[in-house]
Design a binder for this molecule. Sequence first.
Ligand code: AMP
Ligand code: GLY
Length: 424
Amino acid sequence: MRILIIGSGGREHALAWKIAQSPRVKKIFAAPGNPGTAQFAQNVPMAADDVKSLIEFARREKIDLTVVGPERPLIAGIVDAFQEAGLRIFGPNAAAARLEGSKSFCKQLLRHHAVPTAEYRSFKRAVDARKFIETRDEAVVVKASGEALGKGVFVCETHEQAFDAVQQIMVDRVFGDAGNEVVIEEKLTGEEASILALVDGRNIYTMESSQDHKAIFDGDKGPNTGGMGAYSPAPVVTDAVMSQIERDILVPTVHAMNHEGCPYSGLLYAGVMLTPGGPKVLEFNVRFGDPEAQPLMMRLKSDIIDAMEATIDGRLDEVTLEWSEQAAVGVVMAAAGYPGDYQKGKVITGLDDAATMNNVMVFQAGTREVDGRIVTAGGRVLCVTAVGPTIADAKILAYEAAQRIRFEGAQYRTDIADKALRRR
Ligand code: AMP
Ligand code: GLY
């Protein structure tokens, strides 16, 4: 088969690495890819949301299957366009991708179908949002309704913080049109987990659990990022909790999407808060998590192409995925200043050294090759991922590898997976 992977992050590097292991795959392209995907794929210089060029390319190169990494093209309708062109593609169509593209759509759907989630109100005018905040005594979470790369969410303990969030989202429009509407939610407490599932419209195949680390600093301090590290499995998600998530969240959501006339096909990612009152949805994403995909792909033993094809064809009931018993931990190395402004072009050293380590993969995200050297080109630069018999072993190995890699201003959390370690 000939495969086209769309995107250029660590998730796409991990997908390219995994897809390359399929005996059915003869050739992989990545658009636009990065120096990491280039190890397994031929990078082609097309933007992830340049749907017209991507369709022309897929036709010309006789691509058998296109795999979309990031949410933006999905929300913009790349799946609809490929399908109209008679091309095979993995992911939800635009109507189904609203689950991530519009928090207000998502919250309405959840409320209407009684799927557990935080209580909320949405507002199109800043003045109404402020009035509502004034009536609230408890902490609130203020979110840009549109897609804002995981950064449009403010957990606010005080009215001042909440007013400031409304100001940034709706008045200063820091996230552009994503801030046309805000969603204001009750603040939930508990531990978070990421539940990724394949969904073919009817059947749901839940993958192994994982946990992300959204905040920039150790101890979950500082502003939210796209994700600073992830591990799998997440011991907080016991078999009983997983069954509860499937029964109370995944099944009714997939059912609700059918009921609303927008059946879901692709990878569905539920960001869940495990509250004292049971699991509640924080958000849905309509694609693999980044960085969750990195540890998950390192634990997946089965052929992912078979699973993706079964998803597209509505045959997920025939699929069983095999997972390694080992644990995986991924540590994100980010540029100084991220998630705010950061510099690019810093030379990265130690990649070859880390590549000699067994059970380690350095997935590249914001990198670029300049004159034969790999330099930084984004906020999240690398995700150093390791597998080991236990989470503790995988953590030690991942940090050993991260220490071999250097670039000016590199920052990473030192407590990835500690929540899992504390549970034992
Ligand atoms: P979201 O993009 O909606 O998942 O929000 C990003 C992060 O903000 C989540 O992973 C949580 O850490 C935090 N968050 C979002 N909504 C809530 C909430 N209702 N209560 C507490 N924390 C939240
Ligand atoms: N890891 C969070 C996300 O992919 O949105």
